[in-house]
Design a protein around this ligand. Structure first.
Ligand code: SF4
Length: 693
């Protein structure tokens, strides 16, 4: 098919690598897709998901019209009803009786409007996001150590390091282009790669050392490293002047028994040698660390080692959290979590609250954190939240204890769902369904894992009557009586407002300051090139903390004393620890990637990786079906016998939902136990029973 126009520069909507895409509209209404050679994140590369984006556009499965109680309705009627029911609920039961549950797939401008409406005008912090399931423990760990949620380094550091440690990260499948960059640099420069993961993932293909530690033993491993750093006299005497808490952290680290990781002595020593002998070391961590009921402590155990050695914020060294979704970072920038304000300001800080309230000219500001995702759905279950708006996400499939969440939503008085897909586990529960534009139909910005802000651009017309999420939210805000505050004409105006607010955050000591863009015009927004924040002269290198200046009140970083905790214990009734994660070619609940046949060729159905010894004991044959159960739910999965997993530690992917395989929904098995600081659920350690089906 011949291109109808020139390529349009946009950004992939999947993972946090944030690859630049050249999308060329075709005469048949489709899109030709290439990697953008000028985008710094991917330099022309795309993984198979990004490359298949052109096959996922079109009208198949799309929600094309607003619906009220299952019947088509006009936009005005639907928006009037949403505004009326939210207004009535607030009038009768107060602002905390309503809630928004949003998504790291939203663009920054959508996220900004949702936060402004809930936190500044409705006057509640009852807004949380599916990013809670992804990186909340990193946010909490950063804030404890640095005084702010700041990722110190850049992707370039992966290529400049001498040793890269990947902890709880299957980079090869979950951040493939970053993996390709690392693999190429390893080939060229002989970078040592260490993978720390109980499972032998595809990422181990480039590992010089794979540490298949016991599940949840990451904090013990990094405590042992910290004690060894001290033992070898490698504490950086200069840098440590900028850090509080070393004696306490060391004392806790020295308490860690040497055999608490499940690793052999030889492997442990090899790890300690490689880490301590490489000055340029990057420790990359992802969901294996975050998705734990002690995820924040695990993050801080890693940060402790980098702070003690001063290996942070300089080329080729530092801790690095790789996030799951394309805009998990942009969500953090607008305050997308229930415990944050916009621009990395703190909801519990009265000066910060007042500054945001004044800027917004907001009638009633939320003055305390709202419930985090798991607690939000508990509040829906108990009836404290009576009106719920779910935007761009599918919690009835993806939340822990998904069956319980499904029942809670079913029991809620008034449920609004905005989505681009007509039939999902969650859209089925909506009283009002609002059709939203999807990738390629909407304009805005996203921020990737290295703090780089890029444009997503409209390349195709909206499907049916679909509207942009920011516009739907603004139109409800206007109907609720706040006409002036929600009167933008386009996303450029929202971005300019967000940038202006960031200038206030900058004056309050926050590094998230993009106020250079506060006067941005539509033309400049249209032409915006990807850029890193911060943009301040002192941080032009783009890295943080190499200068020893942190964002705590004392200006010093904090090392934390970490006492490693293990995940929930197994029982004779539920003797297996189920690990969960992504596959290479699918994304979330497959509403988009499921449309591209080639993406299902790699893995076509939900499966259970199980060790040969366990399979034999249970009488499971290859490709048979296994029933996996626990008190929260049940899944039926195809048996894949492999020694990639250890005995007792089966693995299942997260993507399949009630619709595509009635019992392939592993979210139903994940317990709603959360990290006490971050509220992030322990999605990698459900205790389960397994039997032949
Ligand atoms: Fe998209 Fe991530 Fe693949 Fe890049 S690596 S093309 S952002 S899914």
């Amino acid at each position: 098919m011949q291109p109808a126009t020139k390529p349009i520069r946009t950004t992939c909507p999947y993972c946090g690598v944030g690859c630049g895409v050249l999308a060329t509209p075709l005469a048949d209404g489709g899109l030709a897709i290439e990697g953008d050679p000028d985008h710094p994140a991917n330099k022309g590369r795309l993984c198979v998901k990004g490359a298949a984006l052109g096959e996922t556009v079109g009208l198949r499965g799309r929600l094309l019209d607003p619906h009220i109680h299952g019947r088509k309705a006009g936009w005005d009627k639907a928006l009037d009803l949403v505004a009326k029911r939210f207004g009535q609920t607030i009038a009768k039961h107060g602002p905390d009786s309503v809630a928004f549950y949003v998504s790291g797939q939203l663009l920054t401008e959508d996220y900004y409007v949702a936060n402004k409406l809930m936190k500044g005008f409705i006057g509640s912090a009852n807004i949380d996001t599916n990013s809670r399931l992804c990186m909340a423990s990193s946010v909490a760990g950063h804030k404890r150590a640095f005084g702010s949620d700041t990722v110190p380094g850049l992707y370039d550091d992966f290529e400049k390091a001498d040793t890269v440690v990947l902890v709880g990260s299957n980079l090869a499948w979950c951040h493939p282009v970053l993996y390709q960059r690392l693999a190429a640099a390893r080939q060229a420069r002989g970078i040592k790669v260490i993978v720390v993961d109980p499972r032998r993932t595809a990422t181990c293909d480039i590992a010089d050392l794979h540490l298949a530690l016991d599940p949840g033993a990451d904090a013990a491993l990094f405590n042992l490293l910290l004690a060894e750093i001290d033992q070898r006299g490698l504490i950086d005497a200069n840098f440590i002047r900028n850090v509080d808490g070393l004696p306490q952290a060391l004392s806790a680290a020295r308490e860690t028994p040497p055999f608490s990781t499940g690793l052999t002595h030889a492997d442990l020593i090899r790890f300690l040698d490689l880490w301590t002998r490489s000055e340029k070391v990057v420790t990359v961590y992802s969901q294996g660390i975050n998705q734990s009921d002690s995820g924040t402590d695990k993050v801080n155990a890693i940060l402790n080692c980098h702070l003690a050695t001063g290996r942070i914020g300089r080329p080729g060294m530092g801790p690095f959290s790789v996030t799951g979704q394309p805009n998990a970072m942009g969500g953090r920038e607008v305050g997308g979590l229930a415990n944050m304000l916009a621009c990395h300001l703190d909801i519990e800080n009265v000066d910060h609250r007042n500054a945001v309230q004044t800027f917004w000219n907001a009638p009633r500001m939320a003055d305390k954190p709202g419930p985090k995702a798991v607690d939000m759905f508990r509040a829906v279950e108990t009836g404290q939240i009576k009106a719920l708006w779910i935007i761009c996400t599918n919690p009835a499939a993806s939340m822990p204890e998904a069956d319980r969440v499904d029942r809670a939503i079913k029991g809620c008085d008034f449920v609004v769902v905005s989505d681009m897909i007509a039939d999902t586990d969650t859209t089925r529960l909506a009283h009002v369904l609002l059709p939203a534009t999807g990738w390629a139909e909407k304009d805005g910005t996203v921020t990737n894992s290295e703090r780089r802000i890029s444009r997503q651009r409209r390349t195709l017309p909206p499907a049916g009557q679909a509207r942009d999420d920011w516009r739907i939210l603004a139109q409800v805000g206007q109907r609720m009586g706040w006409r002036d505050a929600f009167s933008w004409n386009d996303p450029a105006q929202i971005f300019a407002e967000h940038a202006a607010l960031s200038g206030i955050a900058g004056r309050l000591g926050r590094d998230f300051d993009i106020s250079d863009h506060a006067e941005i015009t539509q033309g400049q927004y249209a032409a915006m090139q990807p850029f890193l924040w911060p943009q301040s002269a002192s941080r032009r290198g783009g890295r943080f903390f190499g200068d020893g200046a942190f964002h705590t009140p004392s200006g010093k970083a904090r090392m934390l004393p970490i006492t490693p905790r293990r995940p929930a214990t197994l029982s004779p009734e539920f003797p297996f620890r189920l690990n969960t994660g992504r596959v290479r070619d699918h994304w979330h609940t497959m509403t988009r990637t499921g449309l591209a046949p080639r993406l299902s060729r790699h893995i076509a159905e939900p499966f259970l990786e199980i060790h040969p010894r366990d399979a034999e004991k249970l009488g499971l044959a290859p490709a048979a079906l296994a029933e996996v159960t626990n008190p929260h739910g049940r899944a039926i999965l195809r048996v894949l016998i492999t020694d990639r997993v250890a005995p007792g530690q089966p693995f299942a992917p997260i993507h399949w939902t009630g619709e595509t395989a009635p019992t392939g929904r592993v979210g139903a098995l994940v317990p709603a136990s959360v990290d006490p600081l971050s509220g992030q659920p322990a999605s990698k350690s459900a205790t389960v029973a397994i039997r032949p089906f």
